[in-house]
Structures are given as C-alpha cells and as structure tokens.
Design a protein around this ligand. Structure first.
Ligand SMILES: Nc1nc2c(ncn2[C@@H]2O[C@H](COP(=O)(O)OP(=O)(O)OP(=O)(O)O)[C@@H](O)[C@H]2O)c(=O)[nH]1
Ligand SMILES: [Mg+2]
Length: 325
C-alpha cells in the first residue's frame, strides 16, 4: 500500500532497513552467526553439515537500523529431491536482498607458506558462482577465526578470496568469540537503504512458534541419532495448544522416517532413544517459549519422502507461494 506520509523526525529520515542473506557451504557457521547477531538462539545450529533445511528470517533490530537476516541451507552438490530443495532454498535466499554475506570457514593451516599456497576448494568456488548469479552485492565473511592463533595467516587467505570476486568487503569473524562482529555490523548497516523497519521492533522471526518447535525436535534428533539417520527424518507438528491454566504448551509432533527398518532405531530399546529425544526437545521448546511444555512424539514411516517432492510438500517442505521469492 502506498502512503504519502513523509518522515518527520531526523531519526526517522536516517533509519536504515533491508534484507541480508547468509549463504555458503554447509557447516560454515551461518545459523550460529544469525543467532549471534540477533542475540537469540533462533536458528538451530549443530556440528553436523546440512542442518538447516529451510530459510528463516531473523530480525536484527537496533536503534537506527533493522537488518532482516536470511538464514539459508548450505550449498552443496544435491542428488535427492530434499537436497535439491535445500540448495534451491539457499539460492532463493540470495535473491533480491540488499547484501549477501558469503560465509567461508577459515582453513586450519600449519604456517604462512601453507596459507600462501592455499586455494578455496572447488565446492566453495562453485557455491560462490551460484550465489553471484543472483547479481547482488556480496561480502566475504571468513568464519571460525577463533581457531586460528596466528592471525597473520588470514591475510593470504583473504587475498586469495579477493581474486575470485569483487567482494564489497572481506571480514574475518568468530561468531562464538564475538570477534569481528563490530566491523561486520558497520558493513551491514552501510549496505542497508534508508527505509522504515520491515518488521515490528519486538518481532524476532518470520516463523511461527510451532515451526521453531519442530526445529527443536529436529535438533534433538541430531543429538541422539547416529550417522545418516537424522538426515532421513522430517518433523511435523500435528497440534500446538497453548493452555492458559496452568500455563503450558501441549505439543503433538510426528517424526517421519523413510523406511520401516528406521523406526526401531529412532524409538530405541525400551523406547529409551525416543524418550531422550523427547526430553531434550521439550526442554528446548520450553526455553524458547518461556513456558513448560508437554511433548508427545510419534514415529511414522513416510516411505522415501526425501526423494519425492509431493511427499516433501506434505511434510511442509515447499517453496513459499508469494511473499519472499
Ligand atoms: N570454533 C567456532 N565454531 C563455530 C563458529 N561458528 C559456528 N561454529 C560451529 O560450526 C558448526 C556449524 O555451525 P552452524 O551454524 O550450524 O553452520 P551452518 O552454516 O548453519 O550449517 P548448515 O545449516 O548445516 O549449512 C557448529 O558446531 C558450530 O558450533 C565459530 O565462530 N567458531
Ligand atoms: Mg544452518
């Protein structure tokens, strides 16, 4: 809707607001960085690659600016329908934003000679090419720099990256140690247009609480299941009731596996595994909402769902209709 209202105060005239995508290979620290900037554990981050499956907006509001951060899945060579969906989600995330932060992990190298000889791997270079196709300005963010004791080793690495693309900036950071976040903040703010906030200041995310609850269950699957099993699971929230008295959320969720043989692995002997999953997910949901949570999990077999776009759609994994492209 158009308005002919003109900004009145000087403060309103200089407010900056826009969208910033966090893109890169799996496991480079995209979700961890979103959480560090927003100041809340919104996005699920685990030590396993391909944790994030769908885009999530995290609203970073501070006096003077609002950056709507788009967390995206890692870009990788995708074979299954699920993996193709994830990569498409990531590339959709880079469309029409004011700035893309391309995250890449700082490599662990022995000495300056190794740093000078270092080249980004073909998968990282391919990720950059597909991100650059969106035509948006890209800043290179070198992540996990807390692991590099000799910061002098970062210079040749940043230089090598700079030869691959005309990045708007090259910023070494550590999201966990808080290093470089001030420089990153300055660069992000400068890239935002003068505009009114896109979301109310107290809104943190575009996703409903029930979506975040499903993500907490998925995080618990990564914590308690081994090998490929978490990658074969999807979570749907069947019902989410906010009870007033006593205040608590009553949540029924399904864990979908691909094959009958996976069901006993998720349930465990004497239902030990599913109980442990339920307990940690319940705790995480309660932390998120600030209310106690009763969580009921059921394991279901949805045959070959990772290979079937129609089944994925039924499990909630589909490109949005309208809204964000
Ligand atoms: N040492 C160190 N570890 C980090 C940092 N940022 C993230 N990590 C770790 O890297 C792992 C992956 O982090 P995520 O934030 O889940 O990475 P991601 O890029 O979102 O991964 P996908 O969603 O799988 O693509 C986790 O174990 C994090 O704790 C950092 O600044 N320093
Ligand atoms: Mg992630």
């Amino acid at each position: 809707m158009e308005t002919d209202r003109t900004p009145e105060s000087a403060e309103e005239m200089s407010f900056r607001a826009g969208t910033v995508a966090l893109c890169g290979r799996p496991n480079v620290g995209k979700s961890t960085l979103l959480n560090a900037l927003v100041g809340s554990d919104l996005a699920v981050a685990t030590r396993f690659p391909q944790t994030t499956r769908e885009r999530l907006l995290g609203v970073w509001s501070e006096p003077g600016f609002q950056a709507v951060l788009v967390d995206t899945p890692g870009i990788h060579r995708a074979k299954s329908a699920l993996n193709k969906f994830m990569v498409d989600e990531a590339l959709r995330g880079a469309q029409a934003v004011d700035l893309v932060l391309m995250l890449a992990e700082a490599p662990l190298l022995a000495d300056i000679a190794a740093a000078e000889a270092w080249e980004p791997g073909p998968a990282a270079a391919a990720a950059l090419t597909s991100i650059a196709a969106a035509g948006r300005p890209i800043a290179l963010v070198l992540t996990k720099c807390d692991r590099i004791e000799d910061k002098g080793l970062l210079l040749p690495i940043l230089h090598k990256w700079s030869t691959l693309h005309p990045f708007t900036a090259l910023i070494p950071i550590s999201a966990t140690a808080g290093e470089g976040l001030k420089q990153l903040r300055e660069h992000v703010v400068a890239a935002l247009p003068v505009a009114e906030p896109l979301f109310p200041e107290d809104q943190l995310s575009d996703r409903a609480v029930r979506w975040h609850a499903g993500e907490r269950v998925r995080a618990a699957l990564f914590d308690h299941l081994r090998d490929e099993l978490p990658y074969c699971c999807a979570v749907t929230i069947e019902s989410f009731k906010e009870q007033r008295k006593p205040p608590r959320d009553i949540v029924h969720a399904s864990v979908h596996v691909e094959r009958e043989s996976q069901k006993p692995m998720v349930i465990g002997r004497g239902a030990e595994t599913i109980k442990a999953i339920s307990m940690s997910a319940r705790r995480a949901i309660a932390e998120l909402t600030g209310r106690p949570c009763e969580l009921y999990l059921e394991v279901k077999v949805t045959p070959n769902w990772t290979r079937d776009p129609a089944l994925m759609q039924r499990l909630g994994l589909h490109a949005p209709v309208g809204g964000l492209s």
